[in-house]
Design a protein around this ligand. Structure first.
Ligand code: SF4
Length: 720
C-alpha cells in the first residue's frame, strides 16, 4: 500500500469505558487529528449515536447533503462497548447525512471493529472531506501509527466487492494470517451506484475460521463512505479484551453480566430460541400473524412461506454446533452463517463462499418480491453484502417497481423486461443492474422516494394526467417515509407499529420502535393510551442502546421471568436493571433506568432538531402510505374480508350503519384507520412535548439544556 500520510501517536488508555479521544480524518487535505472530549460533552451526549448526532448538529448546515465535503461520517461505539463479561458489546453506530433522506441517519453494526478502535485509543472516528483518489485508513494501536494509504488494487472482481476487497486487504495487512486483533470496515462498488450503500464490518471468527461480516444497512452510510473516497478502514490492537474497557467497578460489571447471561441461557431456548435459529425464526411468526411482507406488503401471509422458515436454513445451511456471537461474550449468539455455498448466479457464479445470514430482514426483502426460495435468499444476501447494498432498501424498491408493473404504471418498454412477482430471473437481473447502475437498476438504486417521482413523470407523459394526481396514487403503495424504505414488518393492523415507523426520526426502520411483536403477537399494549405511551418510551430506551455501544436483542428478545410480575412486562424492566447497574459500574456513577431515559430524550430531541433544520421534521413528514395503515387496494381487503368485516363491526361508531357492500366497507375501514393515525399523532406529540405540527416546545428543549441560540432561531423559523 502506498502511504500518503502517516503519524505516530500515543495510544490513550481506556478509563471507565471512555478514551475521551475522537480520531478525525479530513480526506480533502489528508489531515489526521485528534479531538479531546471534555467531561461535560460525554455526560451530555453519552457516546455512539449521541456523538454522531452532536457532530452533525454542530458541524453541518441545512444545505449539507450526503455528498457535501463537510458532511461527516461518524463511527462510534460507546462507554459500554467492548466488555466480554456482558452480552452484546461489539456494536457501534455509523451516523451521517443520508443520501436517501437528506437528514441524519444512523445504522448500528456489530463485529470487532469498534472494540479494536477503542483499544487503539479512540471512542469515535469522524471522517470529513472528499478525496479524489480512493484511500484506506489504517489505525494501528500496536505500532502507534495512523496511516492514510492509496487503496490497493487486487483484481477487478475483488476490487468491486465489499467482502472480497476487505478480506484481501486484511490478508495483505496481516501477511495472510487472520486474527481477531485485526478488523475492517469496507463497502462495495454498488454503494457508488445506489443511494442505499452499506458498510460491512469484517472480523475474524475463530470458530468458523474465516472472515465474517455484519452490516450497517440502513440509510446509505456506505454510499457516503464511498463517495468520500474512503475504501476501507483497518484497525489493529493486540491488547487483551477482557480487561480493555476498564470499568470503575469490575465486580459489579461481572455480576450484572453473569445475571444477564444466565437469563439468556435459561430463557432463550424456551422463547424465540435465537441462539439455535437466528433471526430467521421470525419468518414463521410473521407469516402466522399476517406480518410478513409479500408482494410489496400487499399480503402478510403466503402458502409458500414454510419454504423459507428457519428450519429449512438450519437443515440446509447452518452449522448447528457453532455458537455464533458477533462479538466475544454474547451468549445469545444469533449471528448465523453458512459455509461453502456455491453461487449459481451473477458474475461470481461457480465460486464457493461463506455467507453471513440471512437475517429475518433479508428473507423479508425477498418475500417482498414474491420469492420463497432459500438458495435465492442466500445469493441475494451475499451479493448485496458484496456489492455494498442494503438488502431491505433493495428489496422494497424492487417490490415497488414490481407493483408499478403489476398495476400498469410500468411496462416492458420502461423496464426492459418483465418485473413480475416471484420471478427470480427478473429479481436477480434487477439486483445486478442496480449494483452496476445500469438499465432500470439505475432507477432502483435511487430508492423508492425518487423512483416514485420517475414513474409519475413517465406515467403523466403517457396518460396526460398530472404528476400530482399520479403521485397520490403511487403514494398508496410506495413504502417509504422521509425517503427511507420501510423495514420488513407489515404494520397495517398495528397502530402502534404505524407510529413506530411514522415517527421514527430516521425514517421507517424498526430499531427505534419495534412494537409489532408486543402489539400484535403478544397483544400487550391493547389500548390507545398504552400504544401512545409505548411510542414515547420505546424510542428513548432504544436510543440509549445505540449511544452506549450495545446490542438490544438480549434485552428485547429474551424476556426476564420476573417481567411478567411487573406493570408493563413488554418493557422487560428486570433486565433493564442489569443494564443500569452495568452502566453505573462502568462509568463510576449511580445510574437508574430513569437516568437512561433522560439521557436518551436529550439525544432524541437533538436529532429531531436536525430533522427540522433539514426540512424533514414536521407532522407532514411523519405521514405514512395508505398501505401502512390498512388494505390500500380492494384486493388486499378481499384477501382477508372476514377479518376486516369483523374489525369494522368492532370499530364502527354505535350510531353509524354497517355498510352493505364490500367496496363501501373497504372505504370506511380506510377512513377509520386514517383518523386513528391522526389521533395518534396528536397524542404522541403531546406526550413528547411537541406542538401539533411535531415541533418541540421551547420548554421541552430547555428541560434538556438544548435551547441555545441556534435552536432558538430554528424554533422561530417554525413560528415558535
Ligand atoms: S444478540 Fe446477535 S446481533 Fe446481538 S451481539 Fe449477540 S450475536 Fe450479535
Amino acid at each position: 500500500m502506498k502511504t500518503l500520510e502517516s503519524i505516530r501517536y500515543e495510544v490513550a488508555p481506556v478509563q471507565g469505558g471512555y478514551t475521551d479521544q475522537i480520531l478525525e480524518l479530513d480526506l480533502t487535505s489528508l489531515a489526521i487529528s485528534t479531538i479531546d472530549v471534555e467531561p461535560g460533552y460525554r455526560r451530555k451526549y453519552v457516546g455512539g449515536r449521541g456523538y454522531a448526532i452532536k457532530m452533525i448538529w454542530d458541524r453541518t448546515t441545512k444545505e449539507t447533503r450526503y455528498d457535501s465535503p463537510e458532511n461527516i461520517l461518524v463511527m462510534a461505539s460507546g462507554p459500554l462497548g467492548n466488555e466480554p463479561r456482558f452480552p452484546g458489546t461489539g456494536k457501534f453506530v455509523v451516523g451521517t447525512i443520508s443520501p436517501l433522506t437528506d437528514t441524519f441517519i444512523d445504522s448500528n453494526i456489530g463485529g470487532h471493529f469498534a472494540p479494536l478502535l477503542k483499544m487503539c485509543g479512540f471512542d469515535a472516528l469522524a471522517v470529513k472531506g472528499i478525496s479524489k483518489k480512493e484511500l484506506v485508513l489504517i489505525v494501528d494501536g500496536d505500532e502507534g501509527t495512523i496511516t492514510i494509504a492509496e487503496a490497493p488494487l487486487y483484481g477487478e472482481e475483488i476490487d468491486s466487492g465489499g467482502l472480497s476487497y476487505g478480506e484481501a486487504l486484511i490478508r495483505d495487512f496481516t501477511g495472510g494470517e487472520f486474527t481477531e486483533n485485526v478488523a475492517a470496515v469496507t463497502t462495495g462498488n454498488g454503494a457508488l451506484n445506489a443511494r442505499f450503500g452499506i458498510i460491512n464490518s469484517l472480523f475474524y471468527d475463530r470458530r468458523r475460521k474465516r472472515i465474517r461480516s455484519k452490516q450497517a444497512g440502513r440509510g446509505g452510510t456506505g454510499t457516503v463512505m464511498r463517495f468520500k473516497g474512503l475504501r476501507a478502514v483497518l484497525v489493529r490492537s493486540s491488547l487483551p479484551r477482557v480487561q480493555a474497557n476498564h470499568p470503575v467497578d469490575k465486580k459489579s460489571v461481572q455480576e450484572a453480566g453473569a445475571k444477564l447471561k444466565k437469563v439468556i441461557s435459561q430463557q432463550d431456548p424456551k422463547q424465540l430460541n435465537l441462539g439455535a435459529w437466528g433471526t430467521p425464526v421470525l419468518v414463521e411468526y410473521m407469516n402466522k400473524f399476517h406480518l410478513l411482507p409479500v408482494n410489496n406488503y400487499q399480503y402478510g401471509q403466503h402458502p409458500d412461506a414454510p419454504e423459507v422458515f428457519a428450519d429449512v436454513f438450519l437443515n440446509r445451511y447452518f452449522e448447528r454446533k457453532v455458537p455464533d456471537g458477533c462479538y466475544m461474550g454474547c451468549n445469545l449468539a444469533c449471528a448465523k452463517g453458512a459455509e461453502n455455498v456455491v453461487l449459481t448466479r451473477g458474475p461470481r457464479a461457480g465460486e464457493k463462499v461463506g455467507i453471513d445470514g440471512p437475517e429475518y430482514e433479508t428473507s423479508g426483502a425477498v418475500t417482498c418480491q414474491g420469492i420463497f426460495d432459500p438458495p435465492y435468499i442466500m445469493e441475494y444476501n451475499w451479493y448485496c453484502d458484496e456489492y455494498g447494498l442494503d438488502t431491505i432498501s433493495m428489496g422494497v424498491t424492487a417490490g415497488f417497481l414490481m407493483e408499478c408493473f403489476q398495476r400498469g404504471y410500468l411496462t416492458v418498454q420502461d423496464t426492459g423486461y418483465e418485473l413480475s412477482w416471484g420471478n427470480i430471473d427478473s429479481a436477480d437481473r434487477l439486483l445486478h443492474e442496480t449494483a452496476r447502475g445500469v438499465g432500470i437498476g439505475k432507477i432502483c438504486g435511487q430508492g423508492v422516494h425518487r423512483a416514485k417521482q420517475w414513474v409519475a413523470e413517465r406515467w403523466a407523459l403517457r396518460t396526460k394526467k398530472s404528476i400530482e394526481e399520479t403521485m397520490d396514487e403511487l403514494n398508496k403503495f410506495a413504502m417509504e417515509v422521509k425517503g427511507l424504505e420501510f423495514s420488513m414488518y407489515i404494520c397495517k393492523e398495528s397502530l402502534a407499529q404505524q407510529g413506530g415507523y411514522g415517527f421514527s426520526l430516521k425514517g421507517p426502520q424498526h430499531d427505534e420502535a419495534w412494537l409489532i411483536f408486543i402489539d400484535q403477537v403478544h397483544n400487550e399494549i391493547p389500548t390507545f393510551e398504552m400504544k401512545a405511551q409505548a411510542l414515547k418510551w420505546f424510542p428513548l430506551i432504544r436510543t440509549w442502546f445505540n449511544a452506549v455501544g450495545l446490542c438490544k436483542l438480549p434485552w428485547i428478545d429474551v424476556r426476564h421471568p420476573e417481567a411478567a410480575k411487573t406493570d408493563n412486562p413488554s418493557q422487560n424492566q428486570p433486565t433493564l436493571e442489569y443494564y443500569a447497574k452495568y452502566y453505573g459500574a462502568t462509568i463510576g456513577e449511580k445510574k437508574t433506568v430513569q437516568d437512561i431515559l433522560d439521557d436518551s430524550e436529550r439525544l432524541h430531541l437533538l436529532q429531531k432538531m436536525i430533522n427540522l433544520r433539514q426540512g424533514k421534521g414536521t407532522r407532514a413528514f411523519d405521514q405514512i402510505p395508505v398501505r401502512a395503515m390498512g388494505p390500500a387496494y380492494f384486493n388486499e381487503y378481499q384477501s382477508r374480508s372476514d377479518y376486516y368485516d369483523e374489525w369494522l363491526k368492532e370499530h364502527l361508531a354505535k350510531d353509524e350503519n354497517y355498510p352493505t357492500t364490500p367496496e363501501e366497507r373497504h372505504q370506511v375501514i380506510l377512513k377509520l384507520r386514517k383518523d386513528a393515525y391522526q389521533k395518534l399523532c396528536d397524542s404522541v406529540y403531546q406526550a413528547k412535548g411537541y406542538n401539533a405540527d411535531a415541533v418541540p416546545l421551547r420548554e421541552t428543549l430547555e428541560k434538556f439544556d438544548l435551547l441555545d441560540e441556534k435552536a432558538d432561531s430554528l424554533l422561530r423559523e417554525y413560528g415558535l
